[in-house]
Design a protein around this ligand. Structure first.
Ligand code: 9MR
Length: 554
């Protein structure tokens, strides 16, 4: 019944536990070891979950600032697991979530030195990938063999999808651009650690080099994905031998790649001595992709239609985005920020008068806004435009924090039913990021604290009671839908991966969901790909949120 961030709290920050209870009462906070009481308090007024109708009350222990290990105790309800108060209390969370990407690497051995008990041989070398019938071009007829190694596995499956890589990379690169200094002593113990490049960027390069191979050199178009026709079984990567294809080029994939390459080229320009030529290759890829997209402004990837026309059938993740307006906005903003040429955004409606949209794989325009704001000074953005961007983000964040005081878990996450979509954990994390932008734009701490509330949500203060990051918490996710974790024979799942979280769609029809309530529609079962899978586009905002809060709270 006692729900709280199971990792810990910053000394100076607000600190609450949420008690799921029908009755009021008192709580005590005690030192975990000595049992000495450090605080006694009354539970707050009842709040109601709009999803389940259940009641909750807050135990506010913000007054305790002394670093240490504590428990919360409530007569009749028992006591919480021990949690910490301390500086840098989420440092391990931030590092682990970034390290999660290393474990997702395709085409490379993960030796014990870096991977510990999750060591494994390389899988999916992807050096003999076939051009699918849907993707032929002048220079590359059907079944041409291309090489497209590296990259990260998307999720619990072993395919590599450009659209989802796009938002993932954009989020990680933005984290670097927003907090460059923070990464100086960040060490995730990957093979490239200590090479003079921040680990975050080393990790990003693994996927960046793969993405570069997904562009058809003949015309600049980008293949939607590199995939098996069918998902691999529950096997380790090195046992997977099915043929791999690149399929149909599309506008969403191409513009997502343009955005990532443009952003990467401006970042890696400063690391030219470490990665000779990489920034240039990225810049060239971005321009070629942009030109392709201008000729093909709206080629939509429609897997159903494609399967009717071409063999073999492809049944893996579709990432079938039906609108590419937002991809145009994002790519245009990144091209503008990198080149300084306003013509990139001149003919694009940035939609700044519309409400901001939280980033998802199919809605990426806000990544462009974040970049414009970050680059406002260098670009000498017209005052009207910066003001419109600022207003757009601040009014979104302002709406988010309205009524926070009555929310059952004291989080903006879950305020609307739509928050509990497939991958709801990434909604919480992306809201946190938006709130952090609002905080930096306004210096208003209510946004910073609401961002922290969403981290608390992800680490345990939620209706399920689970800490959603593998390897952390007292109530842990142990059985994610993740082929690596399921097939490796190791009891603990691969650490640092964010479980998708509650999803009332329950599309997997797994046994084990406790009920149909949106905020509780979660089951820690490996059959639950709809609530308990992991995915790179969910991990990236987790890395951002945890790292940015570490950088801010210190
Ligand atoms: O994250 C995706 C979610 O928004 C969609 O509703 C869902 C169904 O199409 O697919 C999710 O993405 C999955 C992808 O298609 C394949 N790899 C695993 C992804 C996470 O479940």
């Amino acid at each position: 019944a006692i729900r709280l961030n199971q990792v810990g709290f910053y000394p100076a920050a607000p600190k609450v536990a949420v008690i799921v209870t029908e009755t009021g009462g008192a709580f005590e906070m005690k030192e975990a070891k000595s049992g000495k009481t450090v605080l006694k308090g009354a539970l707050g007024d009842a709040r109601t979950s709009q999803h389940s109708g259940k009641h909750t009350r807050l135990a506010d222990f913000s007054a305790v600032r002394k670093p240490g290990t504590y428990v919360i105790e409530i007569a009749g309800l028992g006591k919480s697991a021990a949690f910490a108060i301390g500086g840098r209390v989420h440092r391990n969370v931030a590092e682990a979530a970034l390290k999660g990407f290393y474990y997702q690497r395709a085409s490379i051995d993960l030796p014990e030195k870096y991977a510990g008990k999750w060591a494994r041989p390389a899988g999916h070398p992807d050096e003999h990938v076939l051009i699918h019938a849907s993707a032929v071009s002048d220079g590359r007829p059907e079944n041409t063999v291309i090489s497209s190694p590296r990259g990260w596995y998307d999720a619990g499956d072993y395919n590599k999808y450009i659209v989802n890589s796009g938002i993932t990379m954009g989020t990680l690169l933005s984290l670097y651009e927003d907090y460059p200094l923070y990464f100086e002593d960040f060490n995730t113990n990957i093979p490239e650690s200590n090479n003079g490049v921040p680990d975050l960027l080393d990790e990003v390069v693994w996927n960046l080099r793969w993405m570069l191979t997904m562009q058809d050199p003949a015309d600049g178009g980008v293949y939607h994905k590199l995939t098996n026709p069918r998902f691999d079984g529950t096997i380790m990567p090195d046992a997977a031998k099915n043929p791999r294809y690149v399929v149909q080029k599309g506008t969403a994939a191409t513009l997502d790649l343009v955005a990532v390459m443009a952003q990467a080229s401006r970042i890696f320009k400063n690391f030219d001595n470490k990665f000779p030529g990489l920034a240039d290759s990225c810049a060239t890829a971005a321009v070629k992709g942009w030109q392709w997209a201008q000729k093909h402004p709206e080629v939509i990837y429609n897997q159903g239609a494609m399967n009717k026309e071409f063999d073999p059938d492809v049944a893996t993740g579709a990432y079938g985005d039906r609108s590419v307006k937002d991809e145009w906005i994002w790519a245009a903003c990144e091209m503008y920020a990198t080149t300084g040429k306003p013509e990139y955004i001149q003919n694009i409606d940035l939609e700044l008068q519309q409400p901001m949209a939280l980033p998802t794989w199919s809605q990426v325009k806000t990544l462009g806004y974040y970049t414009l704001l970050r680059s406002a000074q260098t670009l000498k953005l017209p005052v009207g435009q910066s003001e419109a961007l600022r207003k757009n983000i601040l009014s979104y964040a302002g709406n988010l924090v309205t009524d926070l005081e009555t929310q059952p878990f004291h989080t903006v996450m879950g305020k609307t039913a739509q928050d509990y979509a497939w991958g709801s954990s990434s909604v919480a994390a992306n809201q946190g990021i938006a709130l952090l932008y609002a905080y930096r734009l306004s210096n208003d701490k209510k946004y910073l604290h609401a961002a922290l509330d969403n981290l608390d949500y992800l680490l345990g203060r939620n209706a399920t009671g689970y800490c959603f990051l593998t390897g952390f918490g007292s109530k842990r996710v142990m059985h994610p839908h993740h082929r690596l974790s399921m097939a490796d024979g190791v009891a603990d799942p691969v650490p640092g991966l964010l479980s998708g979280g509650p999803n009332p769609g329950q599309q997997d029809k797994c046994a084990g969901y406790p009920n149909k309530f949106a905020d509780e529609s979660f089951t820690d079962s490996d059959c639950s790909y709809a609530s308990n899978e992991i995915a790179i586009n969910w991990n990236a905002p987790m890395v951002y949120l945890a790292t940015a809060l570490e950088a801010t709270m210190k």
